[in-house]
Design a protein around this ligand. Structure first.
Ligand code: 5AD
Ligand code: SF4
Length: 454
């Protein structure tokens, strides 16, 4: 019997990458690899990189530099770079770091098994092409492992919005929606393997416009089918029909794609969770325009009002950028005002940083010290709102999907409908089940609760 090999995958960045890393691990499973979380034990190391943050490529090169001693000690060790930096840098990675054996872009993960075989034969493997075939097709042939109760499911990739600060439209390409039938089939498979909650993923997930069947709809080379008539709302309603699937979430959304049918789904689809990540980036109309967001602050507020009318207990999350080129103190104050008006349960905030090749990178920049000060003020306000949202849970009874054992003996940890982590004393038999829990206390990042007899 041949011995199994080990792959260490280091994941950077967004949930999309977490999902992709799982897919790569499964694809390599067929090549005789098990996952390990120690680079030292690995026969192959894969860096699944992310390009959205600052100096991503430089960080990858220094990480590769740190791995050099491992490769020198064990020349058989294979090293690969995946993700958006692989897509953007391509061959340059192998030129700058000749010890790299494999470079694979996000559009080519389905070809990883063939690439691994070439690498084992002592060749270098590079694939950053956009697919001529449907790259999701091979998903159906992956091994059937039992799954954690909560899983991601990619429904679309890429973005056509071209926000002035963002690299995604350049690195991930045009918007591509997977056919609804494929998504439903994969969802049924996941549920059969124990999944109870699905988070539908996409860089612009609510722009989803899949065809019923066939090749993915969108503009990517080789994949130019006409857009389909399946909206995200229709997809969510179809997924909600799957017995055993208890919760549906989706991320990340653009305000201009919040269609009425999606808002209606928040009102009457019980399985759709009352939590929405809807980035607005800024509260200033001038800055929103400069960002090419194509909506005003008032339009965002009106939209929030409409969604909250449909689902009054909705918890909102968002993304903010401070110090975008041209942002004045007055613009920044308008961002704080918008945050006060909305009341976020949770949010991410970033200092603007330049991405080569994007329009805003060429503009006059805001001073670093000013960005720092604005970020601190915004984060203080957002943290205060997060605390308030958590405190408001105390005394309430919420539903919790138990995901794993807690740190204390006899404890389980799970997520509430509002994505709060909740610790509860409960038997192991409750794992993967949704139970009613009364929230008793809150701490920095989690809630503590007690089971409610039902
Ligand atoms: N600078 C700072 N933040 C950025 N984001 C995207 N690009 C940049 C950039 N150049 C943030 C946005 C986006 C989130 C995923 O990352 O807020 O919504
Ligand atoms: Fe980037 Fe999102 Fe804007 Fe698309 S909508 S360009 S992914 S920030």
């Amino acid at each position: 019997m041949s011995e199994r090999k080990k792959v260490f995958i280091k994941t950077y960045g967004c949930q999309m990458n977490v999902y992709d890393s799982e897919r790569m691990a499964e694809a390599l499973g067929g090549q005789g690899y098990d996952s390990t979380d120690r680079a030292e034990d690995a026969d192959m190391i894969l860096l699944n990189t992310c390009h959205i943050r600052e100096k991503a490529a430089e960080k990858v090169y220094s990480e590769l530099g740190r791995m050099k001693p491992l490769k020198i000690a064990r020349p058989d060790l294979k090293i690969g770079v995946a993700g958006c930096v692989a897509q953007a840098e391509g061959e340059e990675i192998m030129r700058r770091q000749p010890m790299v054996d494999l470079v694979v872009g996000p559009q080519s993960y389905h070809r990883l098994p063939q690439m691994e075989a070439r690498v084992q034969a002592g060749e270098k493997a590079l694939d950053t092409d956009f697919p001529a075939e449907d790259k999701f097709a091979t998903l159906r042939t992956r091994p059937r492992m039992k799954r954690a109760p909560s899983a991601f499911l990619t429904v679309q990739e890429g973005c056509d919005k071209f926000c002035a600060f963002c690299v995604v439209p350049y690195t991930s390409g045009a918007e591509v929606s997977r056919p609804a039938e494929r998504i439903l089939e994969e969802a049924r498979d996941l549920v059969a393997r124990g999944v109870r909650e699905l988070t539908l993923l996409g860089q612009n997930v609510n722009a989803y416009h899949g065809a019923a069947a066939g090749v993915a709809a969108g503009g990517t080379a080789g994949n130019r089918a006409a857009g389909g008539d399946w909206t995200l709302a229709r997809l969510i309603r179809a997924l909600a029909e799957i017995d055993g699937l208890e919760r549906i979430r989706y991320t990340t959304s653009h305000p201009n794609d919040m269609g009425d049918d999606l808002i209606a789904a928040h009102a009457d689809c019980d399985k759709l969770m009352p939590y929405l990540h809807l980035p607005v980036q800024s509260g200033s109309d001038r800055i929103l325009k400069a960002m090419n967001r194509k909506h005003t602050a008032a339009a965002y507020l009106e939209l929030i009002e409409k969604i909250r009318a449909a689902r009054p207990d909705l918890m909102l999350s968002g993304d903010f950028i401070v110090g975008f080129p041209g942002e004045t103190d007055a613009d920044f104050e308008q961002t704080l005002d918008l945050v006060r008006q909305v009341g976020f349960g949770q949010a991410y905030s970033f200092k603007y940083s330049t991405r080569p090749g994007t329009p805003a990178a060429e503009r006059a920049q805001v001073e670093e010290a000013v960005k720092d000060e604005r970020l601190q003020r915004l984060q203080a306000l957002l943290t205060q709102q997060q605390r308030q949202a958590q405190d408001a849970m105390v005394g309430r009874t919420v539903k919790v999907l138990f995901e794993r054992r807690g740190r204390m003996p006899g404890q389980l940890t799970g997520k509430s409908d509002y994505l709060h982590a909740v610790h509860v004393t409960a038997p192991d038999s409750f794992l993967s089940q949704v139970k009613s829990v009364r929230i008793m206390a809150t701490s920095t990042n989690s809630l503590a609760g007690e089971l409610v007899e039902t």
